[in-house]
Design a protein around this ligand. Structure first.
Ligand code: DQA
Length: 159
């Protein structure tokens, strides 16, 4: 069987990275009216199970430090990460540096948000990421992440 183009050199499996920005470690208790009641661990576990069932390598990473996220994005390039799913959280609306990191490594990504940022405060309605993203999923709660993953799993079959 030929190895898919998107497969990692080390594991032979396609590799995905899920990135969570600041304060998402508080999911479960943080403003549940906007972000729901699942914890970040619940979401990461569901993503990991779904990816494992599809024989895809998936790693999740959360940080409250902008530089740490930038370095994780840089490292992704040498790790054969094929696609990124990112919820940049508050950095969505502020971070040229993270935008530039994603552009710099040129790894295609999907931007996700739990809440519908377009139905909230005006400052949340601008994203430094959306025009670079493959697509944006916003407002579907934890399913925003799951749907992004489903899209990418389908994409691996056609890449
Ligand atoms: C968020 C929306 C952002 O505006 C906010 O700063 C977050 C989470 C979301 O998932 O809905 O922290 O990205």
């Amino acid at each position: 069987m030929t190895k898919p183009k998107s497969a990692s050199r080390t594991t032979g499996k396609p590799r995905l990275l899920v990135l969570h920005g600041p304060n998402l470690n508080l999911l479960g208790t943080r403003e549940p009216q906007h972000y729901g009641s699942l914890t970040l661990e619940d979401i990461n576990l569901a993503l990991a199970r779904r990816a494992a069932a599809a024989d895809v390598d998936l790693e999740s990473f959360q940080t409250n430090h902008e530089g740490a996220l930038i370095e994780r994005i840089h490292a992704a390039r040498s790790q054969d990460v094929r696609y990124i799913i990112i919820n940049p959280a508050a950095w969505t609306h502020t971070s040229v540096a993270i935008r530039d990191a994603l552009a710099g490594v040129a790894i295609p990504f999907i931007e996700v948000h739990l809440s519908n940022v377009h139905a909230r405060e005006p400052f949340r309605q601008h994203s430094f990421f959306s025009d670079l993203a493959i697509g944006v999923i916003s407002g579907l709660g934890h399913e925003s992440y799951y749907l992004a993953l489903e899209f990418l799993l389908n994409k691996f079959n056609t890449d």
